[in-house]
Design a binder for this molecule. Structure first.
Ligand SMILES: Cc1cc2nc3c(=O)[nH]c(=O)nc-3n(C[C@H](O)[C@H](O)[C@H](O)COP(=O)(O)OP(=O)(O)OC[C@H]3O[C@@H](n4cnc5c(N)ncnc54)[C@H](O)[C@@H]3O)c2cc1C
Length: 583
Protein backbone atom coordinates (compact mmCIF):
# COMPACT_ATOMS: atom_id res chain seq x y z
CA UNK A 1 0.00 0.00 0.00
CA UNK A 2 1.23 3.49 -0.81
CA UNK A 3 1.49 5.80 2.13
CA UNK A 4 0.39 9.35 1.37
CA UNK A 5 2.83 11.96 2.64
CA UNK A 6 1.87 15.55 3.43
CA UNK A 7 4.22 18.42 4.20
CA UNK A 8 3.09 21.31 6.41
CA UNK A 9 4.78 23.98 8.50
CA UNK A 10 2.50 23.29 11.44
CA UNK A 11 0.44 20.25 12.31
CA UNK A 12 -2.28 20.79 14.90
CA UNK A 13 -3.38 17.48 16.36
CA UNK A 14 -6.95 17.91 17.60
CA UNK A 15 -9.76 20.28 16.73
CA UNK A 16 -11.31 21.14 20.09
CA UNK A 17 -10.94 24.60 21.61
CA UNK A 18 -7.20 24.13 22.16
CA UNK A 19 -6.55 22.98 18.60
CA UNK A 20 -8.74 25.48 16.77
CA UNK A 21 -7.46 28.48 18.73
CA UNK A 22 -3.83 27.40 18.15
CA UNK A 23 -4.42 27.10 14.40
CA UNK A 24 -6.23 30.45 14.14
CA UNK A 25 -3.59 32.38 16.10
CA UNK A 26 -0.72 30.74 14.21
CA UNK A 27 -2.41 31.71 10.98
CA UNK A 28 -3.09 35.29 12.11
CA UNK A 29 0.46 35.73 13.45
CA UNK A 30 1.96 34.52 10.17
CA UNK A 31 -0.44 36.72 8.15
CA UNK A 32 -1.77 33.61 6.47
CA UNK A 33 1.66 32.40 5.35
CA UNK A 34 2.05 29.33 7.54
CA UNK A 35 0.83 26.12 5.93
CA UNK A 36 -1.26 24.45 8.63
CA UNK A 37 -2.92 21.04 8.87
CA UNK A 38 -5.49 20.27 11.55
CA UNK A 39 -5.59 16.50 12.00
CA UNK A 40 -8.51 15.22 14.05
CA UNK A 41 -9.99 11.80 14.71
CA UNK A 42 -13.55 13.15 14.66
CA UNK A 43 -15.32 15.64 12.48
CA UNK A 44 -13.94 18.88 13.94
CA UNK A 45 -17.33 19.99 15.22
CA UNK A 46 -17.80 16.75 17.14
CA UNK A 47 -14.78 17.49 19.31
CA UNK A 48 -15.51 17.11 22.97
CA UNK A 49 -15.33 20.88 23.57
CA UNK A 50 -18.79 21.29 22.02
CA UNK A 51 -20.26 19.71 25.13
CA UNK A 52 -18.85 22.31 27.55
CA UNK A 53 -21.86 23.67 29.34
CA UNK A 54 -21.48 26.20 32.15
CA UNK A 55 -19.07 28.85 30.87
CA UNK A 56 -15.62 30.45 30.74
CA UNK A 57 -13.93 32.41 33.53
CA UNK A 58 -12.37 35.88 33.31
CA UNK A 59 -12.56 39.24 35.09
CA UNK A 60 -14.65 41.43 32.76
CA UNK A 61 -16.12 44.29 34.79
CA UNK A 62 -13.86 45.05 37.78
CA UNK A 63 -15.33 48.55 38.12
CA UNK A 64 -18.88 47.35 38.71
CA UNK A 65 -18.51 44.08 40.62
CA UNK A 66 -15.20 44.80 42.43
CA UNK A 67 -13.63 41.70 40.91
CA UNK A 68 -9.87 41.68 40.35
CA UNK A 69 -7.43 39.51 38.45
CA UNK A 70 -5.56 39.03 41.70
CA UNK A 71 -8.70 37.56 43.28
CA UNK A 72 -9.26 35.26 40.29
CA UNK A 73 -5.65 34.10 40.64
CA UNK A 74 -5.98 33.60 44.39
CA UNK A 75 -9.21 31.57 43.97
CA UNK A 76 -7.51 29.40 41.34
CA UNK A 77 -4.40 28.79 43.47
CA UNK A 78 -6.48 28.00 46.56
CA UNK A 79 -8.79 25.80 44.46
CA UNK A 80 -5.73 23.92 43.16
CA UNK A 81 -4.79 23.12 46.78
CA UNK A 82 -1.61 25.10 46.13
CA UNK A 83 -0.23 22.72 43.50
CA UNK A 84 -0.77 25.13 40.58
CA UNK A 85 2.28 26.97 39.25
CA UNK A 86 1.46 30.51 40.26
CA UNK A 87 3.28 32.21 37.37
CA UNK A 88 1.04 30.24 34.98
CA UNK A 89 -2.07 31.15 36.97
CA UNK A 90 -1.14 34.83 36.77
CA UNK A 91 -0.78 34.42 33.01
CA UNK A 92 -4.20 32.78 32.80
CA UNK A 93 -6.08 35.49 34.67
CA UNK A 94 -4.23 38.27 32.84
CA UNK A 95 -5.26 37.01 29.41
CA UNK A 96 -8.66 35.39 30.11
CA UNK A 97 -10.79 38.58 29.80
CA UNK A 98 -9.29 39.29 26.36
CA UNK A 99 -10.19 35.78 25.25
CA UNK A 100 -13.86 36.23 26.24
CA UNK A 101 -13.90 39.46 24.20
CA UNK A 102 -12.22 37.69 21.30
CA UNK A 103 -15.09 35.17 21.26
CA UNK A 104 -17.50 38.08 21.41
CA UNK A 105 -15.90 39.52 18.25
CA UNK A 106 -16.11 36.24 16.37
CA UNK A 107 -19.79 35.81 17.15
CA UNK A 108 -20.39 33.90 20.37
CA UNK A 109 -23.88 34.71 21.62
CA UNK A 110 -23.05 35.46 25.26
CA UNK A 111 -25.98 35.92 27.62
CA UNK A 112 -26.21 39.66 28.33
CA UNK A 113 -27.95 41.87 30.86
CA UNK A 114 -30.26 44.78 29.98
CA UNK A 115 -27.33 47.19 29.68
CA UNK A 116 -25.65 44.94 27.14
CA UNK A 117 -22.96 43.64 29.48
CA UNK A 118 -21.93 40.00 29.19
CA UNK A 119 -23.55 38.22 32.13
CA UNK A 120 -21.38 36.25 34.54
CA UNK A 121 -22.62 33.52 36.87
CA UNK A 122 -21.21 32.13 40.14
CA UNK A 123 -19.11 28.96 39.91
CA UNK A 124 -17.56 26.67 42.52
CA UNK A 125 -14.60 28.12 44.43
CA UNK A 126 -14.85 31.52 42.70
CA UNK A 127 -15.31 34.46 45.11
CA UNK A 128 -17.32 36.54 42.63
CA UNK A 129 -19.56 35.66 39.67
CA UNK A 130 -16.99 35.65 36.85
CA UNK A 131 -18.14 32.86 34.52
CA UNK A 132 -19.38 34.16 31.16
CA UNK A 133 -21.86 31.85 29.49
CA UNK A 134 -24.08 31.17 26.51
CA UNK A 135 -26.99 29.49 28.30
CA UNK A 136 -25.75 25.99 29.17
CA UNK A 137 -24.27 25.34 25.73
CA UNK A 138 -21.20 27.55 25.99
CA UNK A 139 -18.77 25.10 24.38
CA UNK A 140 -21.01 24.58 21.38
CA UNK A 141 -21.27 28.32 20.67
CA UNK A 142 -17.52 28.82 21.09
CA UNK A 143 -16.67 25.90 18.84
CA UNK A 144 -19.12 27.01 16.18
CA UNK A 145 -17.59 30.48 16.07
CA UNK A 146 -14.03 29.10 15.95
CA UNK A 147 -14.81 26.56 13.27
CA UNK A 148 -16.47 29.27 11.16
CA UNK A 149 -13.22 31.25 11.47
CA UNK A 150 -11.05 28.28 10.53
CA UNK A 151 -12.99 27.63 7.35
CA UNK A 152 -12.19 31.20 6.28
CA UNK A 153 -8.41 30.62 6.24
CA UNK A 154 -7.06 29.33 2.93
CA UNK A 155 -3.81 28.24 4.57
CA UNK A 156 -5.52 25.85 7.00
CA UNK A 157 -6.53 22.35 5.82
CA UNK A 158 -8.68 20.22 8.09
CA UNK A 159 -8.21 16.45 7.96
CA UNK A 160 -11.39 15.24 9.64
CA UNK A 161 -11.59 11.63 10.89
CA UNK A 162 -7.85 11.01 10.79
CA UNK A 163 -6.67 8.98 13.75
CA UNK A 164 -3.07 9.63 14.85
CA UNK A 165 -1.20 6.66 16.23
CA UNK A 166 2.40 7.85 16.50
CA UNK A 167 4.39 10.99 17.13
CA UNK A 168 7.86 11.16 15.61
CA UNK A 169 10.83 13.05 17.00
CA UNK A 170 14.19 13.36 15.32
CA UNK A 171 17.14 14.36 17.49
CA UNK A 172 14.75 15.61 20.16
CA UNK A 173 12.81 17.72 17.65
CA UNK A 174 9.31 17.13 16.29
CA UNK A 175 9.34 15.65 12.80
CA UNK A 176 5.96 14.14 12.02
CA UNK A 177 2.79 12.26 12.81
CA UNK A 178 1.43 8.98 11.51
CA UNK A 179 -2.33 8.80 11.09
CA UNK A 180 -4.95 6.50 9.62
CA UNK A 181 -7.60 8.01 7.37
CA UNK A 182 -10.62 6.38 9.00
CA UNK A 183 -12.78 6.61 5.87
CA UNK A 184 -10.37 4.46 3.83
CA UNK A 185 -7.86 3.06 6.35
CA UNK A 186 -5.10 4.56 4.20
CA UNK A 187 -1.90 5.48 6.01
CA UNK A 188 -0.85 9.10 6.12
CA UNK A 189 2.39 10.65 7.19
CA UNK A 190 2.21 14.34 8.14
CA UNK A 191 5.68 15.90 8.14
CA UNK A 192 6.23 19.32 9.65
CA UNK A 193 8.46 21.64 11.60
CA UNK A 194 6.03 22.29 14.43
CA UNK A 195 3.16 20.50 16.11
CA UNK A 196 0.54 21.48 18.67
CA UNK A 197 -0.87 18.48 20.51
CA UNK A 198 -4.44 19.35 21.51
CA UNK A 199 -6.04 15.95 21.92
CA UNK A 200 -7.97 16.49 25.15
CA UNK A 201 -8.13 14.51 28.38
CA UNK A 202 -8.31 10.83 29.33
CA UNK A 203 -11.37 10.53 31.58
CA UNK A 204 -12.48 7.50 29.54
CA UNK A 205 -10.08 5.46 31.64
CA UNK A 206 -13.25 5.46 33.79
CA UNK A 207 -16.65 4.00 32.92
CA UNK A 208 -18.80 6.43 34.89
CA UNK A 209 -17.76 9.68 33.26
CA UNK A 210 -19.25 12.86 31.89
CA UNK A 211 -16.85 12.88 28.94
CA UNK A 212 -17.18 11.82 25.32
CA UNK A 213 -16.18 8.32 24.21
CA UNK A 214 -13.35 10.04 22.34
CA UNK A 215 -11.64 11.34 25.53
CA UNK A 216 -9.07 8.57 25.50
CA UNK A 217 -5.94 10.66 26.03
CA UNK A 218 -4.36 9.59 22.73
CA UNK A 219 -1.99 12.54 22.35
CA UNK A 220 -0.79 12.15 25.93
CA UNK A 221 -0.11 8.46 25.34
CA UNK A 222 1.68 9.23 22.05
CA UNK A 223 3.93 11.77 23.78
CA UNK A 224 4.59 9.34 26.65
CA UNK A 225 5.61 6.57 24.23
CA UNK A 226 7.83 9.03 22.37
CA UNK A 227 9.80 9.38 25.63
CA UNK A 228 8.30 12.70 26.77
CA UNK A 229 7.39 13.36 30.41
CA UNK A 230 3.86 13.57 31.83
CA UNK A 231 2.96 15.70 34.84
CA UNK A 232 0.61 15.24 37.82
CA UNK A 233 -1.35 12.42 36.23
CA UNK A 234 -2.75 11.14 39.55
CA UNK A 235 -5.09 14.13 39.79
CA UNK A 236 -8.40 13.24 38.12
CA UNK A 237 -11.35 15.53 38.71
CA UNK A 238 -14.67 13.96 39.71
CA UNK A 239 -17.55 16.26 38.93
CA UNK A 240 -20.06 16.13 41.78
CA UNK A 241 -23.23 16.18 39.70
CA UNK A 242 -23.40 13.54 36.99
CA UNK A 243 -26.82 12.14 36.23
CA UNK A 244 -27.50 8.59 37.42
CA UNK A 245 -27.24 6.16 35.72
CA UNK A 246 -25.92 7.67 32.45
CA UNK A 247 -23.12 9.92 33.81
CA UNK A 248 -24.31 12.86 31.68
CA UNK A 249 -23.14 16.13 33.18
CA UNK A 250 -25.48 18.43 35.06
CA UNK A 251 -23.41 21.59 34.90
CA UNK A 252 -22.11 23.28 38.04
CA UNK A 253 -24.08 26.27 36.76
CA UNK A 254 -27.17 24.48 38.11
CA UNK A 255 -25.74 25.09 41.60
CA UNK A 256 -24.38 28.46 40.47
CA UNK A 257 -27.95 29.48 39.65
CA UNK A 258 -29.07 28.35 43.15
CA UNK A 259 -29.51 24.55 43.09
CA UNK A 260 -29.25 22.59 46.37
CA UNK A 261 -27.76 19.21 47.20
CA UNK A 262 -29.89 17.09 49.52
CA UNK A 263 -29.49 13.66 51.14
CA UNK A 264 -32.21 11.09 51.91
CA UNK A 265 -33.18 13.07 55.02
CA UNK A 266 -33.80 16.07 52.76
CA UNK A 267 -30.89 17.91 54.47
CA UNK A 268 -28.69 20.41 52.62
CA UNK A 269 -25.67 18.46 53.78
CA UNK A 270 -23.01 20.82 52.37
CA UNK A 271 -23.44 22.87 55.53
CA UNK A 272 -21.32 20.25 57.32
CA UNK A 273 -18.51 20.34 54.77
CA UNK A 274 -18.23 23.93 53.49
CA UNK A 275 -20.31 26.24 55.63
CA UNK A 276 -19.69 29.46 53.74
CA UNK A 277 -19.60 28.22 50.12
CA UNK A 278 -22.14 25.40 50.56
CA UNK A 279 -22.95 23.84 47.15
CA UNK A 280 -20.43 26.18 45.50
CA UNK A 281 -17.37 24.80 47.22
CA UNK A 282 -14.74 23.45 44.79
CA UNK A 283 -15.49 20.14 43.12
CA UNK A 284 -13.10 17.96 45.12
CA UNK A 285 -14.78 19.03 48.37
CA UNK A 286 -18.35 18.63 47.07
CA UNK A 287 -17.55 15.20 45.58
CA UNK A 288 -16.06 13.97 48.86
CA UNK A 289 -19.11 15.30 50.71
CA UNK A 290 -21.48 13.38 48.42
CA UNK A 291 -19.50 10.15 48.72
CA UNK A 292 -19.34 10.54 52.51
CA UNK A 293 -23.11 11.03 52.70
CA UNK A 294 -23.65 7.94 50.57
CA UNK A 295 -21.17 5.83 52.58
CA UNK A 296 -22.82 6.84 55.85
CA UNK A 297 -26.21 5.69 54.61
CA UNK A 298 -27.76 9.02 53.69
CA UNK A 299 -27.99 8.38 49.95
CA UNK A 300 -30.45 6.66 47.64
CA UNK A 301 -29.98 3.55 45.48
CA UNK A 302 -30.76 3.35 41.78
CA UNK A 303 -32.42 -0.01 41.49
CA UNK A 304 -31.41 -0.97 37.95
CA UNK A 305 -27.72 -0.02 38.12
CA UNK A 306 -27.14 -0.34 41.85
CA UNK A 307 -25.50 3.12 41.77
CA UNK A 308 -25.87 5.19 44.93
CA UNK A 309 -26.69 8.87 44.68
CA UNK A 310 -27.97 12.04 46.32
CA UNK A 311 -30.37 14.69 45.02
CA UNK A 312 -29.71 17.89 43.10
CA UNK A 313 -32.76 19.99 43.84
CA UNK A 314 -33.72 22.73 41.37
CA UNK A 315 -37.44 22.72 42.15
CA UNK A 316 -37.30 26.02 44.06
CA UNK A 317 -35.70 27.92 41.15
CA UNK A 318 -37.73 30.34 39.11
CA UNK A 319 -38.99 28.44 36.07
CA UNK A 320 -38.16 31.34 33.74
CA UNK A 321 -34.56 31.31 34.97
CA UNK A 322 -34.33 27.55 34.45
CA UNK A 323 -35.63 27.88 30.91
CA UNK A 324 -33.43 30.83 30.02
CA UNK A 325 -30.17 29.78 31.62
CA UNK A 326 -30.31 26.00 31.92
CA UNK A 327 -32.52 24.85 29.02
CA UNK A 328 -30.32 21.90 28.09
CA UNK A 329 -30.27 20.56 31.65
CA UNK A 330 -34.05 20.51 31.68
CA UNK A 331 -34.16 18.83 28.28
CA UNK A 332 -31.59 16.18 29.33
CA UNK A 333 -33.43 15.36 32.56
CA UNK A 334 -36.74 14.97 30.76
CA UNK A 335 -35.33 12.94 27.87
CA UNK A 336 -33.06 10.66 29.91
CA UNK A 337 -35.13 10.15 33.07
CA UNK A 338 -38.53 11.60 32.40
CA UNK A 339 -37.92 13.96 35.32
CA UNK A 340 -38.82 17.63 35.02
CA UNK A 341 -36.37 19.49 37.28
CA UNK A 342 -39.07 22.14 37.86
CA UNK A 343 -40.98 19.49 39.74
CA UNK A 344 -38.61 16.79 41.04
CA UNK A 345 -34.98 16.59 42.20
CA UNK A 346 -32.38 14.90 40.00
CA UNK A 347 -30.36 11.79 41.00
CA UNK A 348 -26.65 12.60 40.83
CA UNK A 349 -23.24 11.27 41.95
CA UNK A 350 -19.60 12.18 41.18
CA UNK A 351 -18.18 11.07 37.82
CA UNK A 352 -14.73 11.31 36.20
CA UNK A 353 -14.85 14.63 34.36
CA UNK A 354 -11.49 16.27 33.76
CA UNK A 355 -7.84 15.29 33.95
CA UNK A 356 -5.64 17.87 35.60
CA UNK A 357 -2.46 16.03 34.57
CA UNK A 358 -1.07 15.75 31.07
CA UNK A 359 1.96 16.40 28.91
CA UNK A 360 4.57 18.33 30.92
CA UNK A 361 4.91 21.84 29.43
CA UNK A 362 6.60 25.07 30.42
CA UNK A 363 4.67 28.33 30.86
CA UNK A 364 4.69 28.89 27.08
CA UNK A 365 2.94 25.59 26.45
CA UNK A 366 6.16 24.10 25.00
CA UNK A 367 6.57 20.40 25.67
CA UNK A 368 9.41 19.62 28.03
CA UNK A 369 11.97 16.98 27.09
CA UNK A 370 12.89 16.22 30.70
CA UNK A 371 11.67 17.07 34.18
CA UNK A 372 13.49 20.40 34.49
CA UNK A 373 15.82 20.62 31.51
CA UNK A 374 15.17 21.71 27.95
CA UNK A 375 12.19 21.54 25.64
CA UNK A 376 11.31 19.14 22.83
CA UNK A 377 11.86 21.37 19.78
CA UNK A 378 8.76 22.26 17.76
CA UNK A 379 6.23 20.72 20.13
CA UNK A 380 3.48 22.44 22.10
CA UNK A 381 0.69 20.84 24.16
CA UNK A 382 -2.43 22.93 24.63
CA UNK A 383 -5.83 22.44 26.30
CA UNK A 384 -6.71 19.52 28.53
CA UNK A 385 -3.86 17.30 27.26
CA UNK A 386 -1.19 19.80 28.37
CA UNK A 387 -0.23 20.36 31.99
CA UNK A 388 1.17 23.86 32.33
CA UNK A 389 -0.05 23.67 35.39
CA UNK A 390 -2.84 26.10 36.21
CA UNK A 391 -5.26 23.67 37.84
CA UNK A 392 -2.82 21.96 40.18
CA UNK A 393 -4.59 19.16 42.01
CA UNK A 394 -8.12 20.49 41.48
CA UNK A 395 -9.47 22.64 38.66
CA UNK A 396 -12.08 25.31 39.33
CA UNK A 397 -15.04 25.02 36.96
CA UNK A 398 -14.91 27.37 33.94
CA UNK A 399 -11.10 27.72 34.12
CA UNK A 400 -10.59 25.07 31.45
CA UNK A 401 -12.18 26.99 28.58
CA UNK A 402 -10.01 29.98 29.47
CA UNK A 403 -6.93 27.75 29.73
CA UNK A 404 -7.58 26.23 26.26
CA UNK A 405 -8.04 29.71 24.77
CA UNK A 406 -5.10 31.41 26.51
CA UNK A 407 -2.55 28.72 25.67
CA UNK A 408 -4.01 28.23 22.19
CA UNK A 409 -3.17 31.90 21.61
CA UNK A 410 0.25 31.72 23.31
CA UNK A 411 1.31 28.66 21.30
CA UNK A 412 -0.20 29.80 18.00
CA UNK A 413 1.32 33.27 18.19
CA UNK A 414 4.85 32.03 18.86
CA UNK A 415 4.95 29.27 16.25
CA UNK A 416 5.56 31.35 13.07
CA UNK A 417 8.84 32.73 14.50
CA UNK A 418 9.91 29.24 15.48
CA UNK A 419 9.12 27.86 12.02
CA UNK A 420 11.06 30.58 10.21
CA UNK A 421 14.06 30.22 12.55
CA UNK A 422 14.60 26.45 12.38
CA UNK A 423 16.27 24.79 9.41
CA UNK A 424 14.48 22.17 7.31
CA UNK A 425 14.50 18.69 8.78
CA UNK A 426 17.26 16.55 7.30
CA UNK A 427 16.28 13.05 8.45
CA UNK A 428 13.48 12.54 5.91
CA UNK A 429 14.56 9.00 5.10
CA UNK A 430 14.56 7.95 8.76
CA UNK A 431 11.12 9.48 9.21
CA UNK A 432 9.71 7.62 6.21
CA UNK A 433 11.17 4.39 7.58
CA UNK A 434 9.67 5.00 11.02
CA UNK A 435 6.29 5.61 9.39
CA UNK A 436 6.57 2.34 7.49
CA UNK A 437 7.33 0.55 10.76
CA UNK A 438 4.23 2.09 12.30
CA UNK A 439 2.15 0.95 9.35
CA UNK A 440 3.46 -2.61 9.80
CA UNK A 441 2.69 -2.48 13.53
CA UNK A 442 -0.92 -1.61 12.78
CA UNK A 443 -1.21 -4.23 10.07
CA UNK A 444 0.14 -6.79 12.54
CA UNK A 445 -2.57 -5.86 15.04
CA UNK A 446 -5.18 -6.26 12.32
CA UNK A 447 -3.88 -9.60 11.15
CA UNK A 448 -3.17 -11.03 14.57
CA UNK A 449 -5.16 -14.12 15.48
CA UNK A 450 -5.42 -13.25 19.16
CA UNK A 451 -7.98 -14.45 21.65
CA UNK A 452 -8.68 -11.29 23.67
CA UNK A 453 -11.50 -8.89 22.86
CA UNK A 454 -10.24 -5.29 23.31
CA UNK A 455 -13.70 -4.11 24.40
CA UNK A 456 -13.56 -6.56 27.30
CA UNK A 457 -10.19 -5.13 28.33
CA UNK A 458 -11.60 -1.62 28.19
CA UNK A 459 -14.62 -2.56 30.22
CA UNK A 460 -12.48 -4.25 32.93
CA UNK A 461 -10.17 -1.26 33.02
CA UNK A 462 -13.08 1.13 33.45
CA UNK A 463 -14.79 -0.83 36.19
CA UNK A 464 -11.45 -1.18 38.01
CA UNK A 465 -10.86 2.57 37.88
CA UNK A 466 -14.48 3.32 38.89
CA UNK A 467 -14.20 1.07 41.90
CA UNK A 468 -10.61 1.40 43.09
CA UNK A 469 -9.29 4.78 41.88
CA UNK A 470 -12.32 6.95 42.62
CA UNK A 471 -12.95 9.95 44.91
CA UNK A 472 -11.37 8.25 47.95
CA UNK A 473 -8.29 6.09 47.47
CA UNK A 474 -6.45 3.56 49.63
CA UNK A 475 -3.03 1.97 49.18
CA UNK A 476 -4.39 -1.59 49.03
CA UNK A 477 -7.09 -0.61 46.49
CA UNK A 478 -4.54 1.19 44.33
CA UNK A 479 -2.20 -1.82 44.47
CA UNK A 480 -5.07 -4.05 43.37
CA UNK A 481 -5.91 -1.63 40.54
CA UNK A 482 -2.27 -1.57 39.41
CA UNK A 483 -2.08 -5.36 39.35
CA UNK A 484 -5.23 -5.46 37.21
CA UNK A 485 -3.92 -2.83 34.79
CA UNK A 486 -0.64 -4.75 34.38
CA UNK A 487 -2.58 -7.95 33.75
CA UNK A 488 -4.70 -6.17 31.12
CA UNK A 489 -1.54 -4.75 29.50
CA UNK A 490 -0.12 -8.27 29.21
CA UNK A 491 -3.37 -9.48 27.69
CA UNK A 492 -3.34 -6.60 25.23
CA UNK A 493 -0.58 -8.31 23.25
CA UNK A 494 -3.09 -11.08 22.47
CA UNK A 495 -6.01 -8.95 21.24
CA UNK A 496 -7.88 -9.47 18.01
CA UNK A 497 -9.66 -6.98 15.76
CA UNK A 498 -12.61 -8.78 14.22
CA UNK A 499 -13.40 -6.15 11.57
CA UNK A 500 -10.78 -6.46 8.83
CA UNK A 501 -12.48 -3.92 6.56
CA UNK A 502 -11.10 -0.64 5.29
CA UNK A 503 -14.10 1.67 5.56
CA UNK A 504 -14.50 3.32 8.97
CA UNK A 505 -12.88 0.48 10.84
CA UNK A 506 -13.85 1.77 14.27
CA UNK A 507 -12.98 -1.63 15.72
CA UNK A 508 -9.31 -1.02 14.87
CA UNK A 509 -9.45 2.56 16.20
CA UNK A 510 -11.03 1.41 19.46
CA UNK A 511 -8.44 -1.34 19.90
CA UNK A 512 -5.65 1.21 19.53
CA UNK A 513 -7.37 3.56 21.99
CA UNK A 514 -7.48 0.82 24.62
CA UNK A 515 -3.68 0.63 24.58
CA UNK A 516 -3.57 4.37 25.29
CA UNK A 517 -6.06 4.08 28.14
CA UNK A 518 -4.10 1.23 29.74
CA UNK A 519 -0.80 3.12 29.62
CA UNK A 520 -2.32 6.26 31.09
CA UNK A 521 -4.21 4.40 33.83
CA UNK A 522 -0.91 2.85 34.89
CA UNK A 523 0.66 6.30 35.25
CA UNK A 524 -2.34 7.61 37.23
CA UNK A 525 -2.14 4.74 39.69
CA UNK A 526 1.67 4.79 40.03
CA UNK A 527 1.56 8.52 40.83
CA UNK A 528 -1.34 8.04 43.26
CA UNK A 529 0.34 5.17 45.09
CA UNK A 530 3.47 7.18 45.72
CA UNK A 531 1.74 10.41 46.82
CA UNK A 532 1.27 9.80 50.55
CA UNK A 533 -0.96 12.76 51.33
CA UNK A 534 -4.40 14.13 50.39
CA UNK A 535 -4.37 17.14 48.10
CA UNK A 536 -7.21 18.39 45.91
CA UNK A 537 -8.76 15.54 43.95
CA UNK A 538 -6.32 12.97 45.36
CA UNK A 539 -7.79 11.87 48.71
CA UNK A 540 -5.90 9.02 50.42
CA UNK A 541 -7.75 7.50 53.35
CA UNK A 542 -4.52 6.62 55.21
CA UNK A 543 -3.08 10.12 54.71
CA UNK A 544 -6.06 12.47 55.11
CA UNK A 545 -4.01 15.69 55.43
CA UNK A 546 -2.12 17.75 52.89
CA UNK A 547 1.60 17.44 53.55
CA UNK A 548 3.42 20.48 52.19
CA UNK A 549 6.69 19.56 53.87
CA UNK A 550 7.03 16.45 51.71
CA UNK A 551 4.56 16.74 48.83
CA UNK A 552 4.36 20.32 47.61
CA UNK A 553 5.79 19.12 44.30
CA UNK A 554 4.76 18.01 40.82
CA UNK A 555 4.94 14.37 39.79
CA UNK A 556 6.81 13.80 36.53
CA UNK A 557 6.39 10.39 34.86
CA UNK A 558 8.45 8.76 32.11
CA UNK A 559 7.84 5.52 30.27
CA UNK A 560 10.37 2.79 30.83
CA UNK A 561 10.45 -0.72 29.36
CA UNK A 562 9.20 -2.31 32.56
CA UNK A 563 6.88 0.42 33.84
CA UNK A 564 6.84 4.03 34.95
CA UNK A 565 9.76 6.12 36.24
CA UNK A 566 8.75 8.96 38.57
CA UNK A 567 10.61 12.16 39.42
CA UNK A 568 9.45 15.30 41.21
CA UNK A 569 9.92 19.01 40.56
CA UNK A 570 9.07 21.99 42.78
CA UNK A 571 5.87 24.02 42.47
CA UNK A 572 6.35 27.66 41.41
CA UNK A 573 5.11 29.92 44.18
CA UNK A 574 5.05 33.64 43.36
CA UNK A 575 2.67 35.40 45.76
CA UNK A 576 0.45 33.02 47.66
CA UNK A 577 2.05 30.92 50.40
CA UNK A 578 0.19 27.67 51.01
CA UNK A 579 -2.39 27.97 53.78
CA UNK A 580 -5.22 25.86 55.12
CA UNK A 581 -8.01 25.58 52.62
CA UNK A 582 -11.29 26.53 54.29
CA UNK A 583 -14.55 27.37 52.48
C1 LIG B 1 -19.69 17.65 29.80
C2 LIG B 1 -18.58 18.61 30.05
C3 LIG B 1 -18.84 19.95 30.22
C4 LIG B 1 -17.80 20.86 30.44
N1 LIG B 1 -18.09 22.18 30.64
C5 LIG B 1 -17.07 23.03 30.86
C6 LIG B 1 -17.35 24.42 31.09
O1 LIG B 1 -18.49 24.86 31.06
N2 LIG B 1 -16.29 25.23 31.32
C7 LIG B 1 -15.00 24.79 31.36
O2 LIG B 1 -14.08 25.59 31.55
N3 LIG B 1 -14.72 23.49 31.11
C8 LIG B 1 -15.72 22.61 30.87
N4 LIG B 1 -15.43 21.29 30.64
C9 LIG B 1 -14.04 20.92 30.35
C10 LIG B 1 -13.70 21.38 28.92
O3 LIG B 1 -14.83 21.22 28.10
C11 LIG B 1 -12.55 20.60 28.31
O4 LIG B 1 -11.48 20.55 29.20
C12 LIG B 1 -12.08 21.26 27.02
O5 LIG B 1 -13.17 21.47 26.15
C13 LIG B 1 -11.03 20.41 26.35
O6 LIG B 1 -10.73 20.97 25.10
P1 LIG B 1 -9.50 20.45 24.27
O7 LIG B 1 -9.36 21.32 23.07
O8 LIG B 1 -8.32 20.30 25.13
O9 LIG B 1 -9.90 18.97 23.81
P2 LIG B 1 -11.21 18.34 23.15
O10 LIG B 1 -12.29 19.30 22.93
O11 LIG B 1 -11.48 17.11 23.95
O12 LIG B 1 -10.70 17.93 21.73
C14 LIG B 1 -9.79 16.88 21.53
C15 LIG B 1 -9.50 16.83 20.06
O13 LIG B 1 -8.45 15.92 19.81
C16 LIG B 1 -8.79 15.08 18.72
N5 LIG B 1 -8.07 13.81 18.92
C17 LIG B 1 -7.99 13.07 20.06
N6 LIG B 1 -7.24 11.99 19.82
C18 LIG B 1 -6.83 12.04 18.54
C19 LIG B 1 -6.06 11.19 17.72
N7 LIG B 1 -5.56 10.03 18.14
N8 LIG B 1 -5.85 11.54 16.44
C20 LIG B 1 -6.37 12.70 15.94
N9 LIG B 1 -7.13 13.54 16.68
C21 LIG B 1 -7.35 13.20 17.97
C22 LIG B 1 -10.29 14.93 18.80
O14 LIG B 1 -10.82 14.60 17.53
C23 LIG B 1 -10.68 16.35 19.21
O15 LIG B 1 -10.77 17.17 18.10
C24 LIG B 1 -16.47 20.39 30.47
C25 LIG B 1 -16.19 19.03 30.32
C26 LIG B 1 -17.24 18.14 30.15
C27 LIG B 1 -16.93 16.68 30.07
Amino acid sequence: MVMEVFDYDLIVLGSGLGGLTSAIHASLASKGKLKIAIVTKLHAMRSHSVSAEGGISGVLYPESNKDTKELHAYDTVKGSDYLADQDAVEQLVEMAPGEIRFYDHIGVAWNRDDSGHIQQRPFGGMSIPRTAFAADKTGFFMMRALYDEVTGFENIDVFHEHFATRLFLDGGRFSGIFAIDLATRNSRLFRGKACVIATGGFSRTYGFTTTAHSSTGDGIALAYRAGLPLKDMEFVQFHPTALVPSGILITEAARGEGGYLRNNKNERFMEKYAKSKMELAPRDIVSRAIVTEIREGRGFVHEESGLRYVHLDLTHLDSKLLDERLPMIREIAIKMLNIDPHKEPLPIRPAAHFTMGGIHTNINGQVMASAEGGIAGGLWAVGECGCVSVHGSNRLGSNSLSQCSVWGRIAGTSIPDYVSAVPEMTGRKTLDEMAEQEESRINDILERKGTVNPYELQSRLQSTMDELVYVYRRTDSLQKALATVKELQRKYSDIYVSDKGRVFNTNLRDALQVENLLDLAEVVIEGALRRKESRGAHAMEEYPERDDANWLKHTIAFKEDDGVKIEYIPVKITRWKPEKRVY
